[in-house]
Design a protein around this ligand. Sequence first.
Ligand SMILES: [Zn+2]
Length: 404
Amino acid sequence: MYVQVPSEVLPSVILERATHLLVEMCGISSSSGDIPGLRRLAGRVASELSHRGLTAQVVEEPDEDGTPQPVLLARGPAATEHPLVLVGHLDTVLDAAPPRLEAATLWATGALDMKGGIAAFVGALDLLAARGERPPDDILLVAVPDEEVSGTISERAVRRWGETARALLVLEPGEARGAAETLVAGRRGLFEWRLEATGRASHSGLAYWQGRSALAGAADWAARAQRLSEPGRGVTVNVARMVAGDTDFVDTLPHHHALLGSSRRRNVVSERAVAEGEARFLSPSDGERVLASLERLTAAVAGEWELSMSLTRGTNVPPVDPRGPGANLARRASDLAAARGWTLEIEEDRGGISFPNYVADPSRVPIVDGLGPVGDGMHTRDEHLDLSSFGRRIVLLADLLATL
Ligand SMILES: [Zn+2]
């Protein structure tokens, strides 16, 4: 296992001050929707940042219901047109339990996800100052109150600031991997799709061969669509649900669900089917490729089963390509860690939709995620942070900011 960061690299007074701040931040309960708690935390962090030369303010932004919630913005002296944006969130899933320090572990709600990342940034500012260095003048920290509920404030803030950012650094936690730690360079995007199939109803006893079963065709399509999925870095297709049967059953399911489990209409060749799902992919070209495959499959199955079929694409979330513009930045972070004697691996394929996916066009902005310290038990009462990782991430952030 790793030993602590040597005190010539990170003076213990800086680590202690940052740890103390983190413990205090974790003691402020700030679960999503707890607006007074979120305001208290935002104010606390804002005052720390103003003491370190940033212009910090807590602004109010309306959530889905129009209720104002606090957003913390902290700017360097030249954060104007194309800032270097750091992103974090103030909210936690659970409300706070009293933080507990045990040797090199901090047991506390939000310590890992992700008050640790914000406190590490504050520590990095102290470390830069102690070295006689400064963070880039165009730095802008944005901390939002509703990430854990995938709220509109998070999405809007990242969309707005990500549009013009010269780079986007996300302070969410990395992961522990044996003796190494990770940061995140790639996140899958997705598109939703909907398949509609129409066949011909007929009496399955009297006119079976006149019927064209939409159910059988859609089921065949679903099995083949699922098989387009490729292991590893490839695309995946998930058929999430399918409804098939006679037209009443499919198109007005709420009024006809009682047919399920009864003997009624079992003698009708199924005329209608609807399936819905999503496809996930790591690069925009993979997204186009899997859409084209699904369209070809639709045409083929429609022909084979003599059905009319249509496929429509719905919501589209762009991927963060691990070989895209953030690749150099991720490699630089990994090299900086190596120069300090520890291993920072690059995660190219982190699932789930998060901050980086909210950028309107992630293929134009260098994005690195997972810069925060590691631990375990996220979103549970066992949440804890590895304080030696906390020290390493303070140094990493300072080293990285010094190169930007
Ligand atoms: Zn988080």
